[in-house]
Design a protein around this ligand. Structure first.
Ligand SMILES: Cc1ncc(COP(=O)(O)O)c(C=O)c1O
Length: 215
């Protein structure tokens, strides 16, 4: 077997053993030092190490909002992302890979993102880096498209509900005010009222989206 450690690594092992604390909650311990050094090396603000890769994947899925009736986009070559998805009752949806690297194909990712998508698990297979920048850009774009589509659907739902409510209120009001001689409210007056209330609601939605950082 090729020896891949020398006195440097053996010194670290000795240091840990002499410290007498093998748990992970050891301020300034090896884990913290490793995370800081790794973050510096890859140019990230922070790095978090885990005891194994499945735990890391499970944690990532758990904070993504994936669960029953949602999907996690995974590569089909190794099964670990899909396993993490099913642990949280989410459905793995397999995205195709590129012929040369076997890594996730950004074009196939774009074709597979849906309103049910909550997370994407990307594997860098066998030392070939996946096209993460492109994948991130596609996710930013598709997130925006889906958010706009959902907002449009919500606006349509709200408009329909408001129209129905206004229709009902106007009828009830005309009945109760002139109990014995109900007045009929002209359809065009009703339509103006409905349009006015729907306009107010549209303005409210736009204001909420603007406050949340949307357009
Ligand atoms: C790409 C990938 N993800 C996750 C795992 C799971 O790793 P672990 O055994 O550390 O939980 C493996 C294991 O080979 C892997 O190759």
């Amino acid at each position: 077997m090729i020896r891949t450690y020398d006195d440097l690594e053996l010194g670290y092992v000795k240091e840990v053993l002499e410290r007498g604390q093998l748990g992970w909650i050891t301020p300034g311990g090896m884990q913290e030092q490793f995370e800081k050094a790794f973050a510096r090396f890859v140019g990230a603000k922070v790095a978090m190490s885990r005891n194994n890769a499945m735990n890391g994947l499970a944690e990532a899925i758990s904070v993504s909002g994936a669960g029953a009736a949602t999907e996690v986009l995974c590569d089909p070559i190794v099964h670990f992302g899909a396993l993490a998805a099913v642990w949280f009752n989410a459905v793995p949806r397999f995205v195709d890979v590129e012929y040369d690297t076997y890594n996730m194909d950004p074009a196939s990712l774009r074709a597979n993102v849906t309103e049910l998508s909550r997370a994407v698990v990307v594997t860098h297979h066998w030392g070939y880096p996946a096209r993460i920048d492109e994948i991130r850009q596609i996710l930013d774009e598709t997130n925006k498209e889906i958010a706009e589509k959902l907002a449009d659907e919500m606006r349509a739902d709200v408009s329909a509900a408001v129209q129905e409510r206004v229709r009902k209120l106007v009828s009830e009001w005309s009945q109760s005010t002139w109990d014995h001689a109900p007045v009929s409210v002209p359809d065009d007056a009703r339509a103006i009222l409905e349009a006015h209330v729907c306009g107010l609601i549209r303005d409210c939605i736009a204001a909420v989206r603007a406050a949340a950082g949307g357009e």
